[in-house]
Design a protein around this ligand. Structure first.
Ligand code: GDP
Length: 299
C-alpha cells in the first residue's frame, strides 16, 4: 500500500506513471482541499477532480484542469448572458461538480468523493485531506486575495507577501492511511499551497516521522517547473531551490529525488536528507513519468 500526497498538477503527472506500474487498489491519494470553494453555484474541488480524472484517464492534461475534449456550451451561454465565470467549467466537468454539490447536502466530502470515484470505476482511494470548510489567502501588494482570484483573475502577477491558511482537522482516513502504508510519496506539488496544508494538520507530521517518505522536487534550479510556487516559497522565507523544498520536509523525509540538472546540489542536500537520488523529473512524456514512478517506488 502506498499513500500519495497531492495537489492538482505536478503530482497527478506522477500518478499517471505510478498507475501504470502499481496495483490501483493499493494506492491512496490524500488531496489538498484548501482551495475548494463555490463558483457559479457549484462546489469546486479542483485538485480532487484532477486526481479523479487522472485515474479515470479523462484529464485534460494540457491544462491539468477539467475533462479532455469537453464542450463549453453552458460557459459560453453564461458569457452571453453577461455572467462570465472566474473558473471556466466544461459541460461534463460541470455535471460532476453539480453532483458533488447535491451530494454534499447529505454526505461528507470524503463520502462524496468515494461515491464519485466508484461511479468512474476508479480503484484507487481518493481521500480529501479534510471534510472541514477552509480557506487559503494570498497576501499581496494589492491586498489579500482568495487563491483563485490571485491565480486566475490576477494571473499570479501581484507580489506575494504572505500565504495564510486555516488549520483544519484531517478527515478520518488520512492518518490511518499514512500509518498503514509501506511508503508515503510527496509528489512534486507546490510545497506551500498544496503540501504544507496537508502536513500542517494535527498528527500528520507525527505519522510521517514513523513512515518511509519519498519526495520529488517541484523546483529545478531556482525555478518551479510551472506556476507561482517560487513566489510563495520566497514569501515564507524558503530558498527557491530543491534544497529549500528538502528543508521543509527534512524532519520526516527518507528519500528526496532531484532533477539531473541539479546534480551539484546532491551533497548539500545529503546533509539534511539521508538518501538523495538524481532523475529526469521533467515529466514531458509518459515514458519519463513511468521511469520516475519506478525510481520512486523502487521497482
Ligand atoms: P496546483 O494544485 O495546480 O498548484 O498543482 P500542484 O501543487 O500539484 O503542482 C504545482 C507544482 O508542480 C509546481 O510547483 C510545479 O513546479 C510542479 N510541476 C509541474 N510539472 C512538473 C514536472 O513535470 N516535474 C516536476 N518536478 N515538477 C512539476
Amino acid at each position: 500500500m502506498i499513500t500519495i500526497l497531492s495537489g492538482g498538477t505536478g503530482t497527478p503527472k506522477l500518478i499517471q506513471g505510478i498507475k501504470r506500474i502499481h496495483d490501483q487498489k493499493k494506492i491512496k491519494v490524500v488531496v489538498n482541499t484548501l482551495e475548494n470553494d463555490y463558483f457559479s453555484g457549484v462546489y469546486i474541488a479542483a485538485d480532487i477532480d484532477t486526481v479523479m480524472y487522472t485515474f479515470a484517464d479523462m484529464i485534460n492534461d494540457e491544462t491539468w484542469y477539467g475533462i479532455k475534449n469537453d464542450t463549453f456550451i453552458t460557459n459560453e451561454e453564461l458569457n452571453r448572458l453577461n455572467s462570465p465565470e472566474l473558473l471556466r467549467i466544461g459541460d461534463k466537468d460541470r455535471a460532476i461538480k453539480i453532483q458533488k454539490t447535491q451530494l454534499l447536502k447529505t454526505h461528507s466530502l470524503t463520502e462524496v468523493v468515494d461515491i464519485q470515484r466508484k461511479s468512474l470505476n476508479i480503484k484507487a482511494k481518493i481521500i480529501p485531506m479534510s471534510d472541514e470548510k477552509s480557506q487559503i489567502k494570498i497576501v499581496t501588494d494589492i491586498g489579500e486575495l482568495k487563491f483563485h482570484q490571485f491565480l486566475i483573475k490576477e494571473k499570479s502577477e501581484p507580489k506575494v507577501e504572505d500565504v495564510v491558511f486555516d488549520n483544519v482537522k484531517p478527515s478520518k482516513e488520512v492518518i490511518p492511511s499514512i500509518e498503514k502504508s509501506d511508503m508515503v510519496v510527496i509528489g512534486p506539488s507546490n510545497p506551500i499551497t498544496s503540501i504544507l496544508p496537508i502536513i500542517s494538520m494535527k498528527d500528520v507530521k507525527k505519522a510521517l516521522e514513523k513512515a518511509y517518505v519519498v519526495a520529488i522536487s517541484p523546483i529545478i534550479g531556482n525555478n518551479p517547473v510551472s506556476g507561482p510556487t517560487g513566489k510563495f516559497m520566497k514569501a515564507l522565507g524558503y530558498e527557491v531551490s530543491p534544497y529549500g523544498v528538502a528543508s521543509m520536509y527534512s524532519n520526516f523525509l527518507n528519500k528526496f529525488i532531484i532533477d539531473k540538472e541539479d546534480v551539484e546540489l546532491k551533497m548539500k542536500i545529503e546533509r539534511i536528507v539521508k538518501d538523495v537520488e538524481i532523475a529526469n523529473t521533467k515529466m514531458t512524456s509518459m515514458n519519463i513519468k513511468e521511469e520516475l514512478a519506478r525510481l520512486v517506488l523502487n521497482t
